[in-house]
Design a protein around this ligand. Structure first.
Ligand SMILES: [Mg+2]
Ligand SMILES: [Zn+2]
Length: 179
């Protein structure tokens, strides 16, 4: 099977509003221009994979069923906008509550699992998120990262301290990926 480049997306603050430890599917709200950006990536044939740290589970603020409900709601909202995700992976841990793990970003485990399950070419893939820990795995796998920072992008900054190019939102990221 031919391996394809994928786009790994953070969820909270990247695709949907980051409300902090989201437990209620009714609180899932797409960010402006996020769904059309994902639809463009779908049309280009690139697997779009969510990888999200959900330490609220370790903290006891939500459980796996709550998280699954928010993940389903995200898929519904995207489907209504003509976009889809190829996979959603989450880390339910936090080192202070559940000890160290390999799946919490920037750990490699969820990316490796997705690569196996979706035949992904990691070295030609993209990492997109609103925090450096969403994108630093790009360096480990020799892929590319883009950091979403609207304020910095509007100031004209082109990179942050972690050396990744800065973009204002997911639509801008898609524009760079799909040149
Ligand atoms: Mg985020
Ligand atoms: Zn974990």
């Amino acid at each position: 099977m031919t391996r394809r480049p994928a786009v790994f997306l953070d969820r909270d603050g990247t695709i949907i509003e980051d409300t902090g430890y989201l437990a209620d599917p009714g609180g899932v709200r797409l960010l402006p221009r996020a769904a059309p950006a994902i639809a463009r990536l779908n049309d280009a044939g690139m697997p779009v994979i969510v990888v999200t740290n959900q330490s609220g589970i370790a903290r006891g603020l939500l459980d796996e069923a709550d998280y699954a409900a928010t993940a389903r709601r995200l898929e519904e909202l995207l489907a209504a906008a003509g976009a889809r995700l190829d996979g959603q992976y989450h880390c339910p841990h936090h080192p202070d509550f559940t000890g160290p793990c390999e799946c919490r970003k920037p750990g490699a485990l969820l990316y490796q699992r997705a690569a196996t399950e979706h035949a992904i070419d990691l070295a030609n893939s993209w990492w997109i998120g609103d925090r450096p820990n969403d994108v630093v795995a790009a360096e480990r796998f020799r892929g590319r990262g883009l950091l979403i920072d609207r304020a910095a992008a509007e100031r004209g900054s082109t990179s942050d301290t972690s050396r990744f190019p800065v973009v204002r939102d997911l639509e801008a990221a898609a524009g760079i990926i799909l040149v």
